[in-house]
Design a protein around this ligand. Structure first.
Ligand code: PLP
Length: 285
């Protein structure tokens, strides 16, 4: 698997960023993660639309058009020659003074990082993973809005550390009102009374591209899906839980706070969504 890094159009095996870049100094950046399927970036338009929306969310103007970014992604993929790739697009505020004021940053840096797709053990999908409800709250939408995919992930890093201390692989955060939000790099779904439930965007979540696809799949296949506001207690009575994200796709959760979820194995609705999502990816041209 080859790694290639494209910085502002220049493709290298290794690349370095200035310590004066405000992305490094202040987490003043945005990003997207895209995976290829059959060599082609999946849901590219959706990801680029979110990239521009995130840029607008932090008042950052991306100097390139989405057509130019698509060309640069393709150049980087061609240079890496992987069968399948993980693509990370990062746009930073750029180099400026060592001062929080962004007005000294005149040129955003656009980085396209391409590498092989991280291999998640098949066992995780077969047996499910463990999560913990952590005390760290998801950023509230009126501070650092989770809908904006910024490079400032410290909120989620702290949640992941807390989950690991509790012996779990990932964390679920609630918002300041105690409503369920999402995982550290994934959206949350759970099943109760045969209905598929997921926190509504207003709870303060990233509007995941995978989440949107799952909602469409559920509607098309007669699975009752409800977006809403739920307290953490609801999760403890869930029959099934799964996480969704570009890299992990649909990941069953079988342990919550060291206790089994439902029967302790991936449930039927989770398995159905896994199959339908995998068919969707296979059907893309
Ligand atoms: N929520 C958060 C906080 C994330 O970081 C991610 C992905 O990185 C997701 C949800 C899932 O989003 P997507 O399905 O677009 O990958």
């Amino acid at each position: 698997m080859t790694t290639k890094i494209n910085i502002n159009g220049d493709i290298q095996d290794e690349a370095f960023i200035s310590i004066l870049d405000h992305g490094f100094l202040f987490g003043d950046s945005i990003y997207e993660v895209i995976c290829t399927s059959q060599g082609k970036p999946c849901f590219l338009n959706e990801h680029l639309n979110r990239l521009y929306a995130s840029a607008s969310g932090i008042s950052l103007e991306i100097p390139n058009t989405s057509k130019e970014i698509k060309e640069q992604i393709q150049n980087t993929l061609n240079s890496a020659e992987n069968d399948e790739s993980y693509i990370r697009i990062i746009v930073t505020r750029g180099i400026g003074e060592v001062d929080i004021d962004p007005s000294s940053c005149l040129n955003p840096n656009i980085i396209i990082f391409v590498k092989g797709i991280p291999q998640i053990p098949a066992e995780s999908y077969r047996k499910g993973v463990s999560i913990a409800l952590v005390s760290i709250k998801r950023n509230s939408a009126d501070s650092l809005n989770p809908a904006v995919k910024t490079g400032n992930y410290l909120n989620n890093v702290l949640a992941r550390i807390e989950a690991q201390k509790m012996g779990a692989e990932d964390a679920i955060m609630v918002n300041s009102l105690g409503q369920l939000t999402e995982g550290t790099t994934s959206n949350l779904f759970f099943v109760k009374g045969g209905r598929l439930l997921t926190p509504v965007k207003e709870c303060g979540i990233l509007s995941g591209i995978t989440r949107e696809k799952i909602i469409q799949i559920a509607h098309k296949n007669g699975i009752t899906l409800e977006e809403g506001k739920w307290s953490s207690e609801e999760l403890f009575n869930a029959e099934e839980i799964f996480l969704s994200g570009t890299v992990k796709k649909i990941m069953p959760v079988t342990v919550l706070d060291n206790r089994p979820v439902g029967k302790g194995i991936p449930g039927p609705i989770t398995q159905k969504i896994m199959k339908l999502y995998s068919e969707l990816l296979d059907s893309l041209d």
